[in-house]
Design a protein around this ligand. Structure first.
Ligand code: PMP
Length: 360
């Protein structure tokens, strides 16, 4: 068996140790004679798997007691509608920050439900920098402020947390949750699709401050109501049990690595090596302002786009997979989430230097 280095933006690489454990438990979980996929979600076995996963996530992020942790379906995209349905009363206004494709999608979707004020946009910087909070035009009575901490396609990441006073701050952390320590108390709600740093797709994790529950519109579908999810331990209906279980294994793995402080150190080293390689060459480029460069998704271009195909073919040959940039922007993108090792980034950098020597 030979595993490749997988730089996919999502579904993304999972820790090999986690996959091996899932494999060893696949047919017979803990001597129970059945797979996690075959268990009742309400039985003792699965409820213990679910509770352990939640506790491990709480430990990793230091989630305060007045926050609920919800394991839901529909991906992060469903949250784009669920957030206004739960937090934006009819006729009220919410503030959104536009830093790229994902935050724009959240703005488009929320606009179906109420007044959305785009309080700041990275457009004026061609999406290569994030407007500072002194440039934001926040509304007086916004129901909440929403932003995406990491734009997975543009490779644009906040290295600071907005200050919104009493207005709840809602953040899409799909592509950078668990990559470094976090102060949960700064947020009203944090959410993330699982398929990058959490686990397999099919699951979205939301961390919601309790006082924000129970504000949903009367028209909010039951399945989309956070209070219903919270009151039912995320089991109003059948949850995505296998994704939940596998995410729990990832949380244990993260604890074994030393938690988020340790991950931050490794992630810092990985991104530094890759950006240094790009910056040291005239052949590769990344246009993002240095304080807004993503630690998780590193887009880069070759000086001559005609070489893209050859670059990708050579990468594939060396087991460096999924480096093609998003279809909307082209170029290359290396996603270097928690499960992508420093060794993988070293292999990528060695290939980039070799390719440049041959082709530049
Ligand atoms: N937000 C961000 C920042 C993302 O990267 C993605 C997916 N790449 C989404 C939202 C949408 O996630 P999903 O596919 O789970 O709906």
């Amino acid at each position: 068996m030979s595993r490749v280095y997988n730089f996919c933006a999502g579904p993304a690489a999972l820790p090999e140790a986690v996959l091996k454990q899932a494999q060893s438990e696949l047919l017979d979980w803990h001597g129970k004679g059945l797979s996690v996929m075959e268990m009742s979600h309400r039985g003792d076995e699965f409820t213990s798997i679910a509770a352990t996963a939640e506790q491990d996530l709480r430990d990793l992020l230091g989630v305060p007691d007045n926050y609920k942790v919800l394991f839901m379906q529909g991906g992060a995209s469903q949250q784009f509608a669920q957030i206004p349905l739960n937090f934006l009363a009819e006729g009220a206004t919410a503030d959104y920050i536009d830093t790229g494709i994902w935050s724009r999608k959240s703005i488009e979707e929320a606009s179906r439900f109420g007044n959305i004020n785009v309080a700041a946009s990275a457009k004026e910087y061609d999406y290569f920098a994030i407007p500072g909070q002194n440039e934001w035009q926040l509304s007086k009575d916004a129901a909440y402020v929403h932003y995406a901490s990491n734009e997975t396609i543009g490779g644009l990441q906040f290295d600071w947390t907005p200050q919104t006073g009493d207005t709840p701050l809602v953040v899409d952390m799909s592509s950078d949750i668990l990559s470094k320590p976090l102060q949960v108390c700064r947020y009203g709600m944090i959410y993330a699709g699982a398929q990058k740093n959490i686990g397999p797709s099919g699951l979205v994790v939301a961390i919601v401050r309790e006082d924000l529950l129970g504000r949903a519109r009367a028209s909010c579908p039951t399945m989309l109501n956070y209070k219903v999810a919270a009151d039912n331990g995320s089991m109003y209906n059948t949850p995505p049990t296998f994704s939940w279980y596998l995410s729990g294994l990832v949380f244990k793995w993260l604890k074994e690595q030393g938690g988020l402080e340790a991950m931050a150190k490794i992630n810092h080293a990985k991104q530094a090596l890759l950006y240094q390689t790009i910056d040291a060459s005239d052949f590769y480029s990344n246009p993002v302002a240095s304080n807004a460069r993503s630690w998780m998704n590193v887009p880069f271009r070759l000086a001559d786009a005609k070489l893209d195909k050859a670059f990708l073919a050579g990468a594939d040959e060396r087991g460096l997979l999924n480096l093609k940039g998003h279809r909307s922007v082209g170029g290359m993108r290396a996603s270097i989430y928690n499960a992508v090792s420093l060794e993988a980034v070293e292999a990528l950098v060695a290939y980039m230097q070799e390719f440049e020597k041959e082709r530049a």
